[in-house]
Design a protein around this ligand. Structure first.
Ligand code: NAD
Ligand code: TYD
Length: 340
């Protein structure tokens, strides 16, 4: 099988490439990534010389480049490429429409032209909006996105769906809850808090810290995408989540406890605009249809992930480039004041 993985230099994409090369050693994997601030080839050091792996620097908005790369009749495209951080989408929303909506459309159209046999769109539970204190998102929940990020992902999902309905393209959409694990960019909650704690810097918790996310280890997500890629019914959406609901404050407290750092590092800061209160996934469909079950318990996965960041200082020091420092200052400078 020839698989074209877009956004493969990011957090989930790089983990997925390794998952595929490990579990399907005869497949050929092409990593198409524009290498934005979030793309990092260091995350792929261990597969770089694998003859079944190839990196091609590509922007998914570049139709001409995609036409050259996607060989006619290729087996699959798995689209991870995206602007993925909600806080950045509040600071610069249009970049999200360009890559997530337009980029997905350009890629989908190129895949259609090339007669690609399967197109998997890696989406998010955030397209469903926010939940109250009870209930779960199912595949039938309405799309009610609240951030420019989730709105752009919902827009992409609608275009992918339309290509199935209109052109009978074999597409699938996966909607997963929050991921954690190795190689996640340090702007996201878990790595950001681990790294700040290691530096004895304040841990900026938005609002009252009671927002709930449903956490899933990245490897469990990769397994789900692999199952959808091979066995997903054409046109279907699959939710992915492991029933690990935690408040942000609980996450931060667990990190501090694991690292032996004091809770006095926690600082409650101004809330995120439009901050969704709770996400929780009903993953019955993928479990029943495709036999997916997560392998990690949250406690083991979180402990292992914290250790990974402790042991891979070089990786995160490298990605904390000038661009990241500028973003951190813009996002947290006035929130944390002199203590940052
Ligand atoms: P990430 O930000 O770590 O990586 C995104 C990758 O896409 C980077 O390598 C970047 O260089 C690349 N990219 C960005 N714009 C591009 C473009 N125009 N052309 C080609 N490449 C481009 O993101 P992630 O956390 O790995 O998320 C991957 C996908 O999974 C996203 O589509 C995201 O919406 C979805 N998702 C993420 C989570 C999560 O918790 N992280 C949960 C559910 C779904
Ligand atoms: P994040 O990792 O950005 O993922 P998402 O917004 O896609 O769920 O944030 C997870 C939760 O953590 C979210 O409720 C916002 C919160 N959060 C903080 O409280 N402080 C922070 O510095 C960050 C980055 C996130």
């Amino acid at each position: 099988m020839n698989i074209f993985i877009t956004g493969g230099a990011g957090f989930i994409g790089s983990n997925f490439i390794k998952y595929i090369l490990k579990n399907h050693a005869d497949y050929h994997v092409y990593n198409l990534d524009a290498l934005t601030y979030a793309g990092n080839l260091d995350s792929l050091w261990d597969v770089e010389s694998n003859p079944h792996y190839r990196f091609i620097k590509t922007d998914i908005q570049d139709a001409g480049a995609l036409d050259e790369i996607l060989a006619p009749g290729s087996d699959a495209v798995v689209n991870f490429a995206a602007e993925s951080h909600v806080d950045r989408s509040i600071l610069d929303p249009q970049a999200f429409t360009h890559t997530n909506v337009l980029g997905t459309h350009v890629l989908l159209e190129a895949a259609r032209r090339a007669g690609v046999k399967k197109f998997v769109q890696v989406s998010t539970d955030e397209v469903y909006g926010t939940l109250g204190s009870t209930g779960y998102f199912t595949e039938e929940s309405p799309l009610l996105p609240n951030s420019p990020y989730s709105a752009s992902k919902a827009g992409a999902d609608c275009i992918v769906r339309a290509y199935h309905e209109t052109y009978s393209m074999d597409v699938n959409i996966t909607r997963c809850s929050n991921n954690y694990g190795p190689y996640q960019f340090p702007e996201k909650l878990i790595p950001l808090m681990v790294i700040n704690a290691l530096h004895d810097k304040p841990l900026p918790v938005y609002g009252d810290g009671q927002n709930i996310r449903d956490w899933l280890h990245v490897e469990d997500h990769c397994q789900a995408i692999d199952l959808v890629l091979h066995n997903g019914r054409p046109g279907e959406v699959y939710n992915v989540g492991g029933h690990n609901e935690r408040t942000n404050l609980q996450i931060v407290q667990s990190i501090l406890s694991e690292l032996g750092k004091p809770e006095s590092l926690i600082q409650f800061v101004e809330d995120r605009l439009g901050h969704d209160r709770r996400y929780a996934i009903d993953a019955t469909k993928i479990r029943n249809e495709l036999g997916w079950t997560p392998r990690y318990t949250f406690e083991d996965g979180l402990r292992e992930t914290i250790r990974w960041y402790v042991d891979h200082r070089d990786w995160w020091e490298n990605v904390q480039s000038g661009e990241y420092r500028k973003y951190y200052e813009q996002q947290y400078g006035s929130r944390l004041g002199a203590r940052s």
